[in-house]
Design a protein around this ligand. Sequence first.
Ligand code: SAH
Length: 238
Amino acid sequence: MHICFIVAMQAEAQPFIDMFAVSEVKDFFAPLPCKLYSTEMQGHTLDVVLNGQQHGTDLVGCEAAAVTTMAAIQQRKPDLIINSGTCGAFEANGAKIGEVYVGNAVMFHDRRVPGDDAWGTQALGNYPLSDRSAEIAEMLHCRMGKVTTGSSLDMQPCDLEIIQANQGQLKDMEAAAIAFVASLYHTPILLLKSVTDLCDNGAETYEVFRRNLAMASQAIGDANRKVVNYLFGLKSEC
Ligand code: SAH
């Protein structure tokens, strides 16, 4: 089996990269900025692909995620894409900082396109996810939630309106873009997210995000390790 993790930020991927000792394949995607880390494990292939950087900062958001996913699928041809990363969540749903979730649906929350139902449907996305998502959540003993994606870290009232109208639970900046590209190639995709911040408790998102990034990245790294061991059928925990 060939699994390809798509991760936005180096900090989110580092604990996992270290756990599996995946090594960087320099300039694999040149001239694109995305970075490939890869290893072979008992006949299986594990890739971790990062968006790379611009202006000395990790590329986050939908455009970079879509380019990275398209390049990864075309050049690596994985059996499964896993988008692993951090997200915001809602205290009102009982979410906790550091909690790991598996996505059970994914859509955009900041694409407001007037028109008929077909335009609205396209704008919101709602892309298919791997039919093994529930099985993975059960294995991890974690909850499932609907991921909604937008281009900003903050949340404007119109974003919240769409999130609430669609029962969104986990807010990020990449998942729907990655799922969109995966759907075009009919590549199954799983979403694994850990919570860095709570969007409805009045705290400054950026500050809270920065404070919890290392802890949440460790949590998602642990979950990723369990998922890889489970899907590759490896007995010993790496
Ligand atoms: N300025 C930040 C940039 C990180 S953007 C920094 O200095 O590190 C936030 C990243 O974490 C995105 O990749 C996004 O997918 C995820 N994320 C975490 N919490 C989020 C939230 N509340 N809303 C949207 N994205 C969030």
